[in-house]
Write a protein that binds this ligand. Structure first.
Ligand SMILES: [Fe+2]
Ligand SMILES: [Fe+2]
Length: 219
């Protein structure tokens, strides 16, 4: 065995381990949690814009869906419904505008999922439109809706406790294929922050779990 192949085997042995395993418990302002989720979705949309292979693009679309759908459902229930219930007409309008923009994002995401060829110009166009819609929406939301929330709700009103558990694993098949399965579990102790979108509105959930896997080819 040559020195080079020993090094490669050692590197692979290190690679074939759990790369992260941690649990976070925090009491946090709902707006900080939403900000974290916004940044996560924006990064995924950025990655989709750069991704070329159909497998990468399909995985990213699933990750975007897993991040975006629970976020928008929880936001509608926890934030938009609260601002729409205020007497402030401008705040009510911001809430309704948010609902409408979520609808457009959900439609575009559905369209993106329905395009079979994930490397086609049509898929890339749908990804671009979704990115533009979501970026515009997040920008306005952080400016207008959050201003309404800060104006009408105290720091204590906005606090809830979240638990986050992440487990990821990297496994190499030979020198070419890298598999990265990931398991994530989120739990909101004091709020029904997550919805199962297949259920009736109003049936909020305290927890959500996500299983995803990247398959990367190195050649
Ligand atoms: Fe939103
Ligand atoms: Fe949002």
């Amino acid at each position: 065995m040559t020195g080079k192949s020993v090094m490669k085997q050692a590197a692979r042995a290190i690679g074939n381990t759990f790369s992260s395993s941690d649990t976070d418990v925090e009491t946090t302002d709902i707006l900080d949690t939403l900000k974290k989720e916004h940044d996560e979705v924006k990064d995924l949309l950025e990655n989709l814009a750069d991704a070329e292979t159909p497998a990468q693009r399909r995985t990213l679309v699933q990750k975007i869906k897993a991040a975006l759908v629970p976020h928008t459902k929880a936001e509608e229930k926890v934030v938009y419904d609260a601002v729409i219930a205020l007497r402030d007409k401008d705040a009510q309008m911001d809430g309704h505008e948010g609902y409408l923009e979520h609808e457009w994002a959900a439609k575009t995401l559905q369209r993106l999922e329905s395009i079979t060829n994930a490397a086609s110009p049509e898929h890339k166009a749908a990804g671009k439109v979704l990115k533009e819609l979501v970026e515009h929406h997040i920008d306005e939301e952080e400016r207008n809706v959050w201003k309404d929330v800060k104006e009408h709700f105290s720091d204590d009103d906005r606090k809830t406790r979240y638990y986050e558990f992440d487990l990821s694993y990297t496994h190499w098949l030979g020198d070419v294929v890298e598999l990265r399965p990931e398991l994530r579990f989120d739990h909101a102790r004091d709020a029904e922050a997550y919805d199962n979108p297949s259920l009736e509105p109003g049936m909020g959930k305290h927890s959500q779990a996500m299983i995803a896997m990247d398959a990367i080819l190195h050649f």
